[in-house]
Design a binder for this molecule. Sequence first.
Ligand code: ADP
Ligand code: X2W
Length: 253
Amino acid sequence: MQTWVIKLGGAVLNTEDAAKALFEALASQTQAQFVIVHGGGSLVDNWLTEAGFASAKHQGLRISPKEQMPYIVGALAGCANKQLMSQAIIAGHKPVGLSLYEAGIISSQKLKALGQVGNCDGGVQSVIPELLKLGRLPLVSSIGFGEDGLWYNVNADEAAAAIAKELNAEIIFMTDVEAVLDANKQPLHQLDTNQINTLIAEGVILGGMEVKVKTSLLAAQHLRRGVYISSWQKPENLIALLAGEHVGTKITP
Ligand SMILES: Nc1ncnc2c1ncn2[C@@H]1O[C@H](COP(=O)(O)OP(=O)(O)O)[C@@H](O)[C@H]1O
Ligand SMILES: CC(=O)N[C@@H](CCC(=O)OP(=O)(O)O)C(=O)O
C-alpha cells in the first residue's frame, strides 16, 4: 500500500474545522496509508509572546534559545499535536501523537547561532511502520531529541521530508496559500531549481516559504518526481493530489 506523508502547516489550527475536514478526506481514502507531520509556528509565536519573549527568525527558521524551549515544546509537541488528535478522532481516525524521535529521527544542532534548532539525522528505529500495520494514524510534531537527550526545534517541512525519505513515502506540503506566488501575487504552477534560486534571490519567495520550496526541491530530487505545495483550505485539493491531479505548485527536480 502506498504511504503518503502529509505536512500540515500549523495555521490550519486557526481555522475552525479545517483540520477535521482534511482528516475526513483522508478517511475516505482506503487504498493508501497516511502519516501526518504538523507545524504550529503561529501557536509558538503566541506562546512566546505571552511568556514575554521576543522571537526572531533567520531564513525562515526560528532562533530557539534553550530558555524558550519549554514553551516551544509545549506548543508543538503538546498543544498543537493534541488539538490535531482531537480533530482526527472526530473524523474517525485512531491517531497516535509522536515526536521525531519515535518517528525514527535523531536531531542535532544545526548552527550554534540558532540555538536549539535541529537537523534530522535519522538513526533510531521508527515505530511508524508498526503503527500503520495496527491501523493507527501517526501524528508527528517537529520536536526532536538528540543523542544527548536535548530537545530540538526542527522546522516542520524539514521534519516531514526526513520522515518521507525514511519511509520511502510520497509527500505533499499543505500550507495556508493556494500555491507559491510570483512577484505579482499570481500562482506559479511549476518551479524548478533555477526558478527557485532566482525567486529567492529576488526576495519573492521568503520566510517560511523559502524553507518549504528548498525542502520540497530536496524531496523531489530524492523521489525523482514532482512534489506539490498546495493549500489545506480546500480538502478537495488533497483528494485531487492523491489522485495524481495538478493542484497548487509542482516543484520539479
Ligand atoms: N512567494 C511566496 N508565495 C507564497 N507565500 C509566500 C511567498 N513568500 C513568502 N510566503 C509566505 O509563506 C507563508 C507560508 O509559509 P509558512 O508560514 O512557513 O507555512 P506553513 O506554516 O504552512 O509551513 C505564506 O503564508 C506567505 O506568507
Ligand atoms: C526551527 C523552526 O523554525 N521551527 C518551527 C517549527 C514549527 C513549524 O515549522 O511550523 P509551521 O509548519 O506551521 O511553519 C517554529 O518554531 O516555528
